[in-house]
Write a protein that binds this ligand. Structure first.
Ligand code: AMP
Length: 289
C-alpha cells in the first residue's frame, strides 16, 4: 500500500501516519522528520535546510526529491509506505510520479485531511505543551510566526496538489475536524476499499480506477464518523476528479452519430466543470470559516 497524507500543518498527518505504521506495518516517510534529523546531524542537507525550516518556508524541491528518491529505493519500502509531508509542491508530485513509474509502482490513495484553519494554531500550541510536558525539545518552527508562514506556504504551494490528484482520480478527502479515532476509522474504510479494488481484476474495457468508485463511495458512507465527515466536508472519501457522466450523456451517445456523440461530450464537460467550480467555491467557503 502506497499512500500520501495531504494536509496543512497541524491537520493530524503525523498522528494518522503513526497509527497506520502500527496497524499495517507500513513505513512512514516524513520529509520533515528526515530534514530535522539532517539538521541535528549537521549534514550538508541539514545545514542548507536549517534556517529555511525555522522560518517556516519550504526547502528547495531538488533537496527533498533527492531525499525521497534515496529513501524509496531502500528495501523496507518495497512493501509499502506512507508519505507524510511529501509532496508539497506540484514539481515534487510530478517527480514522485516519475520515481514510482520507474519502479513500476503506483499510489493506492492520496488522502487529504481537511481542517478549518482556525483550529491549527490551537493544535500546534497543544503539541508544544505536550512536548514540553514530555521533556522533549520543541521544534524551531512551532511558534505563531513560523506557523503563519507554513500556512501561507501550504495555501500557495501545496493546496494545488488537491486539484492535481483530483484530476488523476486518486484524491480522497476526510474531515480532519473529527476526533483522531474517527479520522482513523474513515482512513481505514478508504484503505480497505482501495485494497478490495486492487484485488479485483479490472473488467475488459473498463478502467480499474472507475471500478474503485463504488467501493470507495461505500467506504465513505459507512459509520457515524463518515456521516459527520460528509456534513463538514460534503464530499469526503470520494475521488474528486473523475465525475460521473452528465445525465443523458450515455443516452445521447447510444443514439449514435458523430453529432450526438459530440453533444454528449460537451454536456459532460460543462457539467463536470460546474461540479468542480461548485466544489472550489465550497472549499473556499470552508477555508474562510
Ligand atoms: P513538517 O514536519 O512536515 O511540518 O515539515 C517541517 C518543515 O520541513 C517544513 O516547514 C519545511 O520547511 C520542511 N519540509 C518538509 N517536507 C518538505 C517538502 N516536501 N518540501 C519542502 N520542504 C519540506
Amino acid at each position: 500500500m502506497k499512500l500520501i497524507l495531504l494536509g496543512p500543518p497541524g491537520s493530524g498527518k503525523g498522528t494518522q501516519a503513526e497509527r497506520l505504521v502500527a496497524r499495517h506495518g507500513l513505513v512512514q516517510l516524513s520529509t520533515g522528520d528526515m530534514l530535522r534529523a539532517a539538521v541535528a546531524a549537521g549534514t550538508p542537507v541539514g545545514l542548507r535546510a536549517k534556517d529555511i525550516m525555522a522560518r517556516g518556508e519550504l526547502v528547495p524541491d531538488e533537496v527533498v526529491i533527492a531525499i525521497i528518491a534515496d529513501r524509496i529505493a531502500q528495501k523496507d519500502c518495497a512493501k509499502g509506505f506512507i508519505l507524510d509531508g511529501f509532496p508539497r509542491t506540484v514539481p515534487q508530485a510530478a517527480a514522485l510520479d516519475r520515481l514510482l513509474g520507474d519502479k513500476g509502482m503506483k499510489l493506492d490513495a492520496v488522502i487529504e485531511l481537511r481542517v478549518n484553519e482556525g483550529i491549527l494554531l490551537q493544535r500546534v500550541e497543544t503539541r508544544i505543551a505536550q512536548m514540553r510536558a514530555r521533556g522533549e525539545p520543541v521544534r524551531a518552527d512551532d511558534n505563531a510566526e513560523s506557523l503563519a508562514k507554513r500556512l501561507d506556504a501550504y495555501r500557495s504551494q501545496t493546496a494545488p496538489l488537491v486539484d492535481y490528484y483530483a484530476e488523476k482520480g486518486s484524491l480522497m478527502t476526510v474531515d480532519g475536524m473529527m476526533s483522531i479515532d474517527e479520522v482513523s476509522a474513515a482512513i481505514a474504510r478508504i484503505l480497505s476499499a482501495a485494497a478490495r479494488t486492487s484485488a479485483t481484476p479490472a473488467r475488459k474495457g473498463k478502467k480499474s480506477s472507475s471500478a474503485s468508485r463504488p467501493s470507495a463511495k461505500k467506504a465513505a458512507k459507512g459509520g457515524k464518523a463518515a456521516k459527520k465527515s460528509r456534513k463538514a466536508a460534503k464530499k469526503p472519501a470520494k475521488p474528486a476528479g473523475k465525475k460521473p457522466a452528465a445525465k443523458g450523456t450515455k443516452k445521447a451517445a447510444k443514439k449514435g452519430g458523430a453529432k450526438a456523440k459530440s453533444k454528449a461530450k460537451s454536456a459532460a464537460k460543462s457539467k463536470s466543470k460546474t461540479v468542480r467550480q461548485k466544489a472550489t467555491r465550497k472549499g473556499a467557503k470552508r477555508a474562510r470559516r
